[in-house]
Design a protein around this ligand. Sequence first.
Ligand SMILES: C[S@@+](CC[C@H](N)C(=O)[O-])C[C@H]1O[C@@H](n2cnc3c(N)ncnc32)[C@H](O)[C@@H]1O
Length: 207
Amino acid sequence: MISAVYQRVMGHPFVYEVVRPFVVGGVDNSPVWRVLDVGPDDVVVDVGCGTGDALNHLTQFRSFHGFDTDPIALRAAHKRAAGRERVHFEERRLEAADLERLRPARVMLSGLLHHLSDSDVLDLLSMLAKSPGLKRVATVDPTYVRGHHLSNLFARLDRGKYPRKPEGYIALAERAKFRVVHHSLIKSHPKRGRSTFAMMGLEPLTA
Ligand SMILES: C[S@@+](CC[C@H](N)C(=O)[O-])C[C@H]1O[C@@H](n2cnc3c(N)ncnc32)[C@H](O)[C@@H]1O
């Protein structure tokens, strides 16, 4: 019950977009969008798109498809997308049939993997690894790093229940048959960020 209330409060768009960045010294997802490297001809799928932060970063794409299970976050995403063409949102989990239909070249998992158990991460990544035409996946999540005491506390307090060490995220990606073409630690904001995130760029072994 307390946990459900905590999840709701922390997931509210105002808390997520105003209070959380204030506490952690700012959040800027530009680095992970640079890793995804979206071009004008790319179909983009954003799983766990939340309030549609993607639209603050993407200037070119063939079409954008955001999936999220939280109707409140998606309401904010629809508002942000007003007037943008070829932008679509679905209030549900991504399924294999979506990948068959959309054939995305680029898939963003920003702030998603730490919400999923190991077996759910493996199911999702294994499904993506088989997606026809997939070129790259990018991920970024809170992480535990020795000596980063404040950041580790933020990770522990996160509403996602599964923050991992960087090597934990990498091991899951490799088990799901991805090549890890990039991994690094970044600050939640390049100048002021007090939270450390683990970022990865992944390419299917079959590509
Ligand atoms: C930390 S937020 C990240 C939002 C956004 N991607 C960003 O970077 O600002 C995680 C989002 O993942 C969503 N989520 C969690 N599990 C999901 C799942 N299995 N499928 C789709 N969305 C999910 C949550 O509702 C939440 O909006």
